[in-house]
Design a protein around this ligand. Structure first.
Ligand code: NAP
Length: 182
């Protein structure tokens, strides 16, 4: 796939490297902006309070499948039900949220876990297959929460729990499974 990642920091840069290794064509865009024309999927990995500013520097955003990885640690602007909805209002394509509940600092350790770690995702129907593939291609087990509404906001609201747990044990993986699966 031709993947454009907006944000080349811990998450954007890390995901880009892993997808490249998995055989995808990846372009990253930093705060100086760039062009997303021709992307099969656009991944947004900027601080949640900079979405409008970051997307305004990118040309060629025109209805692509979009995956939002953002979290927000400042006050929420309630114009949109979730950060993913904000991003969808700009790009306009089928949208998903994932990678926001996993730690970039642990990316190098995904492959060596005893069980495959989960990555939660919420997605509109048109973004589901691509998102699952992107999650799978870096070594996570995709776990569907539901459609973008209300799934994205549910995932965003879980950030406080993630931070509280990280305060106790540091960066971690998680795995959900039915009884007997784990
Ligand atoms: N770090 C994690 O473990 C983790 C895990 C899950 C989710 N998240 C979320 O994923 C997103 C990215 O996190 P990160 O850790 O990758 O952040 P980061 O390392 O600080 O990288 C942020 C990226 O956003 C770009 N950017 C574009 N416009 C910007 C603007 N106006 N202001 C600031 N940065 C701008 C930066 O560009 P330049 O390269 O040009 O500076 C940089 O590439 C955040 O929403 C974060 O909450 C992070």
């Amino acid at each position: 796939m031709n993947i454009t990642v907006i944000g080349r920091g811990h998450v954007g840069g890390g995901l880009a490297r892993m997808w490249q290794r998995a055989g995808h064509q990846v372009t990253t865009i930093g705060r100086d902006g760039g062009d997303a024309t021709g992307a099969d999927v656009v991944v947004v990995s900027v601080p949640g309070n900079t979405i409008a500013e970051a997307l305004s520097t990118v040309t060629g955003l025109d209805g692509q499948v979009t995956v939002d990885t953002t979290n927000l640690y400042t006050e929420r602007d309630d114009t949109y039900p979730s950060l993913s909805h904000h991003i969808k209002a700009v790009i306009g394509g089928p949208t998903a949220k994932s990678f926001s509940t996993v730690f970039a600092s642990a990316y190098d350790d995904i492959a060596t876990q005893r069980v495959t770690p989960s990555s939660l995702y919420a997605a509109e129907p048109g973004a589901k297959d691509i998102t699952e593939r992107l999650i799978h291609d870096i070594g996570f087990d995709p776990l569907y929460v539901g459609d973008l509404d209300p799934g994205a906001r549910l995932i965003e609201n879980s950030a406080a729990l993630t931070r509280a747990l990280a305060g106790q044990i540091g960066p971690f993986f998680y795995r959900y499974g039915r009884p007997g699966e784990l």
